[in-house]
Design a protein around this ligand. Structure first.
Ligand code: BGC
Length: 252
């Protein structure tokens, strides 16, 4: 039985894909990365995703998982925080399937990344509630309880002090406001304390590209639960999308 699956991770700046061995969580090909087209409109993004899958050239029976930065319900994208508003209420999965000529498994990007960390990374085998956050253009969140993913948590948009949390505490907000690590950590402290008060998780995992600099800011945070860096970094979305696709029931 093959354990291969394709993962495609769509983001506001880049679209990445690779073939993954879902038994080990390892990439079996180089990662292909292309720029997200200006404006982030549905047909343009799907065209880039298609070109990546074509380059990877998976066999016809290899499952394909695609993850995307929006609420995903029944294959539709229901929000659009950092992509074109045209995605709101859009039949996204159907368009990907039509253009790719095969069925896909379509999920939120943070859910995919969080699931990958639970299966293969920083939260591997961890029981109880794990909260995985991705700090990037926005803040993505994934809740995994005893290994079960609770989808579409969207806790990056918690309202804190009258603001959408990701507009203050994402990595993009750090860059936009030219914050030092220390100053950014104050905003992160408020954000993670709020999450902790609401959810009392066993563990926080922090992903996103900035997690490679975790020594600069994680030690500044004071929480009851441990808060640790993600280990799969920028491949987490690809690995999670592929793994979820492989684990989902084949579509008729
Ligand atoms: C979106 C989420 C996404 C996160 C990370 C947020 O703005 O609402 O759906 O998971 O960004 O990309």
């Amino acid at each position: 039985m093959t354990t291969l699956a394709v993962g495609v991770d769509i983001g506001g700046t880049g679209i990445k894909g690779a073939i993954v061995d879902v038994a080990s969580g390892e990439l079996t090909t180089d990662r292909i990365k292309k720029a997200t087209p200006e404006g982030g409109k549905p047909h343009d993004i799907v065209a880039v995703a298609k070109s990546i899958v074509e380059e990877l050239a998976p066999a016809a029976d290899v499952p394909v998982g695609v993850c995307f930065p929006a609420i995903v319900r029944d294959g539709k994208t229901m929000s659009a925080a950092n992509v074109s508003k045209k995605w709101i209420g859009f039949e996204a999965e159907a368009l990907f399937e039509k253009e790719l000529g095969r069925s896909i498994h379509f999920v939120n990007d943070a859910d995919a990344a969080g699931f990958a960390e639970q299966q293969f990374g920083a939260a591997k085998g961890k029981d109880g509630l794990v909260v995985v956050t991705t700090l990037g253009t926005g803040i993505g969140t994934a809740l995994i309880n005893d290994g079960v993913l609770i989808v579409n948590s969207e806790l990056g948009h918690l309202e804190i002090d009258g603001h959408d949390a990701e507009t203050k505490a994402s990595f993009a907000a750090k860059e936009r406001d030219d914050l030092s690590w220390k100053h950014w950590a104050k905003r992160l402290q408020k954000y993670y304390s709020t999450l902790e008060a609401l959810l009392s998780p066993e563990l926080f995992v922090v992903g996103g590209g900035v997690s490679k600099h975790h020594e600069e800011f994680l030690p500044l945070l004071d929480l009851q639960a441990p808060i640790i860096p993600a280990t799969l970094r920028n491949n987490a979305g690809i690995i999670g999308a592929a793994t979820l696709a492989a684990q989902s029931k084949p579509q008729a």
